[in-house]
Design a protein around this ligand. Structure first.
Ligand code: PHB
Length: 390
């Protein structure tokens, strides 16, 4: 088996890359360890920067996002019983689209299949070979048989637990990590929206976030112990916690409904450098993880893919390798910007067990500042919508 670009992983990075390459006449094969049903139903975040939404539209996979996603022009920050709005569009000229990541995946899978793209699910025993030579290959098992895929380039889009990152020798790699001592308890609720924009709340009891999925389904989160289990949380206890953290003293309150999904996610920041080795390039979670507070995970994966698509196109059209050689350095600028933003938002909004009463007051002072100073709100807004110079 031979292709130009072998892609490990059918998450947003792998599928979008494969589709953008196809539109430029470049062949690829995508190998995915999970099944199609699993990737299309795993619940993840749901905020698309305008640049992400635009790229999906340009790639011809934006039709359902346009009708089912919701364009938002602002977010709310809740603290000390009040709500303050950050007007993203007025401050930056950009908006965000709230559309769940697994819906993006469904659209991408459908587009790859409609274009007869090579996309294999339920692949096992994947291993990368000779990535530091001109003839790399990927070996794997599929439908009971062993295969070897020869390619010009291998792109590792297989997430933080995948095999790709480990194919870069440890001696050439440097990993940076910060694990947060808290997690997010997430619920899906059948209810009308509590607010027409996302609410990020800072409260002494901990952080909470009110997001949305559709006019009838809402996504809500609250800070919890990452080792807690969903069985400890009855619906009544969840609602009491969300009301305590989010309801305002002006009478705005979280709208309750039937909770039909509960999960707990851990939070960490992680960057692995370099993002390339020979003919292997990493994109998305394979190289970096952000805590969900800035809603940057999917957007960073898409940003990597944008840089990689240009670099591969320059190679196949003009024989240029300079953009490929500069990939890691280019991608990491945006990665570190987003790492800082996500970390900063996380520290400003969560209950930090090591924070003294003094530092708690600093959190409030910072929230007052970012919601009253135009310069400070613009900085938050630019980062949130992804309109940052990097
Ligand atoms: C979500 O809707 O799942 C969501 C929204 C904003 C975030 C994280 C998650 O910052």
């Amino acid at each position: 088996m031979r292709t130009q670009v072998g892609i490990v992983g059918a998450g947003p990075a792998g599928l979008l890359l494969s589709h953008l390459l196809h539109l430029r006449g470049i062949d690829s094969v995508v190998l995915e360890a999970r099944g199609r049903a699993q990737i299309e139903s795993t619940i993840r975040a749901g905020v698309l920067e305008q640049g992400t939404a635009d790229l999906l539209t340009e790639a011809g996979v934006g039709a359902r996002m346009k009708t089912e996603g919701a364009v938002h022009h602002g977010i709310e920050l809740a603290f000390e019983g009040k709500r303050r709005r950050i007007d993203l569009t007025e401050l930056t000229g950009h908006s965000i689209t709230v559309y769940a990541q697994h819906e993006v995946l469904k659209d991408l899978v459908a587009a790859r299949i409609a274009a007869n793209g090579a996309l294999l699910f339920d692949v096992s025993d994947t291993s990368l070979h000779d990535v530091d030579t001109g003839t790399p290959s990927i070996r794997f098992q599929h439908a009971g048989e062993s295969h070897e895929l020869q390619c010009d380039y291998v792109i590792g889009c297989d997430g933080s637990q995948g095999v790709s990152r480990a194919a870069i020798p440890q001696a050439l790699r440097r990993d940076y990590e910060r694990v947060f001592p808290f997690g997010w308890f997430g619920i899906l609720v059948e209810a009308p929206p509590s607010s027409h924009e996302l609410i990020y709340a800072r409260h002494e009891r901990g952080f909470a976030l009110i997001s949305t999925r559709s006019p009838n389904v809402q996504r809500m989160y609250f800070q919890c112990d990452p080792h807690d289990t969903v069985e400890h949380w009855s619906d009544d206890r969840i609602w009491a916690e969300l009301h305590a953290r989010v309801d305002s003293s002006e009478g705005e309150h979280v709208v309750e409904g039937r909770i039909f999904q509960k999960n707990i996610v851990g939070m960490r920041s992680f960057v692995s450098t370099t993002m390339q080795y020979g003919r292997l390039f990493l994109a998305g979670d394979a190289a970096h993880i952000v805590p969900p507070t800035g809603a940057k995970g999917l957007n960073l994966a898409v940003a990597d893919v944008r840089v990689l698509t240009r670099a591969l196109e320059a190679f196949y059209r003009e024989g240029r390798t300079d953009l490929l050689e500069g990939y890691s350095a280019t991608a990491l600028k945006r990665v570190w910007r987003a790492e800082h933003f996500s970390y900063w938002m996380t520290r400003m909004l969560h209950r930090l067990d090591d924070a003294s009463p003094f530092e708690q007051q600093l959190q409030i002072a910072e929230l007052e500042h970012v919601t009253t100073s135009r310069a400070a709100s613009t900085a938050l807004a630019e980062n949130y919508v992804g309109a940052v110079a990097v």
